[in-house]
Design a protein around this ligand. Structure first.
Ligand code: ADP
Length: 468
């Protein structure tokens, strides 16, 4: 049960970060305290020993000058008394008889028997110098002493209680323990809260992804205030969501358009078929079949365009280049659209200053056909369209200019996208695939497809095919 709960908590990044922080923090805290404790105790020990050593040298000098008899009087002097009142001073003769003993006034636990007992038990090694004498109660408190041999094989011992030092170190330990648990608790809580705050954009991102998944394509994340990696991630996500939404809307629109565009020829086929059943003469039947074939062809052309677009991008178009006469190609394209243009009373003027062109004939014909188809579609009746073919230093150039509806600035960069159709073009049949195909074919030649247009005035499409 507990394990499952812990597992669930650790599955959240914020708790995992907090856990990692604690696992890292506790040893660091203990190490820092350990080092601090070690250096402090070392420093305090050094300080105490310096005092003891200074007094030892002083007393050794006194003994040298005045002998032991004079020492007592000297030690009782007020000035000296203040310096030694916290020290143990012990002097014995060569037979280990006590000659002089001064016990530390701040520690009542050390008396002569304790010192004598210590000396008896211990075979003093004078190379070692420093000893600890436990108090008579046998507790941890000790006198730290230094012993040296003095003239006549006697012993001089000076020491001080380690009580003060031990108390300071004990205080350190208490402080460490008092701080430790609240510190771990507060820092863990703090790290959970901070990581939750830092990871908030991720939580928002996850919420927005769920919303998009459940069909709310308009869901976006609020950008974090700080411009960090999560800001970049949120921004990229919003851009991606924008594109996805646009694409889905375009696909929806295309499906609508396809349905709408298919409806007309399908209805015509149905009516023509129904009429054919009722008509008897050969001529009437022929007319119905012709109507059906015409409608089927427009459906096939639509399906063909969709298949082409799905198949091609600039890199996968395999070109079949050859030399051919530009004027013949343009005439073929104009012928194709003669009746459609004538229907709207549109006049097509051709000016061909180009002789031979080196390109993929079929693709170039598709390019010009698409552009002329659009020019007619988006031009009013009684207008004119100009087709111009000319030669530049490095390019074969084709221009198709109409006096039609024109393209707004916002739409100009988008007309080359697959499935894009400007709002005002909806009344005309189309799938928004023609210009993307034009661009793919022009670029497959290493060339360019450009447009200049003014809303309400007309458009001029420019195709540049490199000569090399
Ligand atoms: P569509 O099947 O809609 O014509 P295209 O890819 O050929 O698809 O063109 C994309 C859009 O560009 C059209 O829907 C139309 O809004 C705009 N467009 C293309 N050619 C012209 C033109 N000659 N005049 C005005 N608008 C044009």
């Amino acid at each position: 049960m507990f394990l499952r709960k812990a597992k669930k908590l650790l599955s959240k990044i914020s708790y995992r970060l907090a856990f990692a922080y604690i696992v890292f923090f506790i040893p660091c805290y203990m190490l820092t305290f350990g080092l601090f404790y070690y250096f402090s105790s070392h420093y305090l020990e050094r300080r105490d020993r310096d005092v003891i050593e200074a007094r030892l040298q002083q007393i050794e000098q006194l003994i040298g000058n005045k002998e032991i008899a004079g020492l007592k009087a000297a030690l009782s002097e007020e000035k000296f008394h203040n310096q030694i009142n916290k020290l143990l001073i012990y002097i014995s003769d060569s037979k280990q008889n006590t000659q002089f003993l001064h016990l530390p006034e701040d520690s009542m636990r050390f008396e002569l028997p304790v010192v004598e007992e210590f000396l008896k038990k211990r075979n003093l090694n004078f190379d070692e110098n420093w000893f600890n004498i436990a108090s008579k109660e046998g507790d941890d408190d000790a006198l730290e002493v230094k012993a040296v041999r003095i003239s006549g094989d006697g012993i001089l011992m000076v020491g001080a209680s380690t009580d003060e030092r031990d108390e300071i170190l004990e205080r350190f330990q208490e402080i460490f323990l008092t701080i430790f648990f609240p510190l771990v608790l507060f820092s863990s809580l703090g790290s959970v809260l901070i990581s939750q705050k830092i990871l908030l954009p991720l939580a928002k991102l996850s919420k927005s992804i769920s919303e998009v998944k459940s069909g709310h394509l308009g869901s976006r994340v609020e950008l974090p205030l700080r411009q960090d990696e999560l800001y970049d991630l949120s921004q990229t996500y919003n851009e991606m969501a924008d594109q996805t939404e646009k694409l889905v809307m375009a696909i929806k629109q295309t499906v609508d358009n396809i349905a709408h565009d298919l409806k007309t020829p399908m209805t015509r086929i149905r009516i023509a078929s129904a009429m054919a059943l009722q008509k008897n003469t050969h001529a009437e039947l022929k007319e119905a079949v012709e109507e059906t074939i015409e409608s089927t062809e427009s459906i096939l052309a639509m399906i063909q365009a969709i298949l082409e677009m799905a198949k091609y991008n600039t890199k996968t178009v395999a070109l079949d280049k050859s030399w051919f006469a530009a004027s013949v190609l343009i005439a073929e394209v104009v012928d194709l659209y003669f009746f459609v243009a004538d229907d709207k009373n549109i006049n097509i003027e051709v000016e061909c200053e180009l002789d031979q062109v080196f390109a993929d004939r079929i693709r170039l014909k598709q390019i010009l056909a698409n552009l002329l188809d659009n020019a007619i579609k988006y031009s009013p009746g009684q207008s004119s369209i100009n087709i111009l073919a000319l030669e530049e230093e490095h390019f074969f150039v084709f221009k198709i200019k109409d006096r039609g509806v024109g393209i707004s600035i916002q739409d100009r960069s988008r007309i080359w996208e697959r499935l894009f159709r400007a709002d005002k073009s909806r009344s005309e049949p189309g799938l928004g695939l023609g210009l993307s195909l034009v661009k793919v074919y022009a670029e497959a030649h290493g060339g360019l497809a450009l447009v200049q247009s003014e809303l309400g005035q007309g458009s001029e499409f420019l195709i540049k095919i490199p000569k090399a």
